[in-house]
Design a protein. Structure first.
Length: 290
């Protein structure tokens, strides 16, 4: 029986939490203590200094007079150990896979992993392969304009001190859509290229947020992951960002044009997908016969 490590690589606000919640309903899936472990983004990405600082701070706090049986402290210390020695990352998920005879799948679904390099993807794949475990990257993509706007609304909802909290989300989108915090997570072209440098096309699950909440997509994922299909709750939404205003068409066009390379790369990679229908903002950058 094939054992599989699912490496979720985004995108942020692309349905990864819903998908992880769906997988938790499978008897073939073993859930660890987190959906997102944030090991390799903390290790590799200068832009994720905040993630790294939080990981280290939690570990430091946990090591200050911990009590026996303190699970929060144990988990913080464990994440630090994986950060310090990625071999322990592989060992941890290997252990989860062998927790039960019926377990076939485990996952780390950290959207920021979409910004990792091909070299890091290769190291992860090879580390699990040495233990006889297959790595299945899962990459979900969403209309770039909708993805960024959802991220803006999330920032405003969760962080009172964030600049997005003091401005209408549509106006903030117009001003900040090209800043690194939003652009790096929207460069699907770069993620696709990094994955393609390491994995064959049939070794990666590619999906679209706009098609995710269907039996067709979840069945395809289950087949590729090697687990029995479980009927999804397609009406359930997790961590949805409420919409409070409307994005003007002029803003939609400007943002879409900024990410033209992304639309073109995705359409070229998936010619069978009518992207103009799936991503409505693509009408500004893709011709009808693209």
């Amino acid at each position: 029986m094939t054992k599989t490590f699912l490496l979720g690589v985004g995108c942020q606000k692309g349905g990864t939490t819903w998908l992880y919640d769906y997988l938790m309903g499978s008897p073939s899936f073993a859930h660890g203590y987190r959906k997102e472990y944030h090991v390799f983004d903390a290790l590799d990405l200068p832009s994720e200094q905040g993630v790294r600082n939080r990981l280290l701070a939690k570990a430091h706090a946990a090591s200050t007079d911990p009590s026996p049986g303190d699970r929060v402290a144990a988990r913080a210390a464990h994440r630090l150990s994986m950060y310090l020695d990625p071999e322990l990352y592989v060992a941890y998920f290997t252990g989860l896979l062998h927790r039960s005879p019926e377990t076939r799948l485990v996952a780390d679904m950290t959207p920021a992993y979409g910004m990792l390099s091909a070299d890091r993807f290769r190291q992860i794949r090879d580390g699990f392969a040495e233990r006889g475990i297959r790595t299945l990257p899962v990459f979900l993509m969403r209309d770039p304009v909708e993805r960024i706007w959802s991220q803006v609304r999330m920032h405003a909802r969760l962080y009172d001190e964030h600049a997005a909290a003091s401005q209408e989300s549509a106006a903030f989108l117009l001003e900040h859509h090209a800043t690194p915090a939003y652009e790096r997570r929207t460069r699907y072209d770069q993620t696709l290229a990094a994955l393609a440098a390491v994995f064959a096309p049939d070794e990666v699950f590619h999906g679209f947020y706009e098609q995710l909440f269907t039996e067709q997509t979840t069945r395809r994922l289950c087949e590729q992951a090697g687990i029995p299909f479980v009927v999804p709750d397609v009406d359930k939404r997790v961590h949805a960002s409420p919409t409070t205003d409307v994005v003007p068409e002029s803003t939609v066009q400007l943002v879409a044009e900024h990410y033209r390379e992304v639309y073109v790369a995705v359409q070229q990679r998936f010619p069978e997908v009518v992207l103009r229908d799936l991503w409505t903002s693509s009408r500004y950058v893709l011709t009808p016969d693209a």
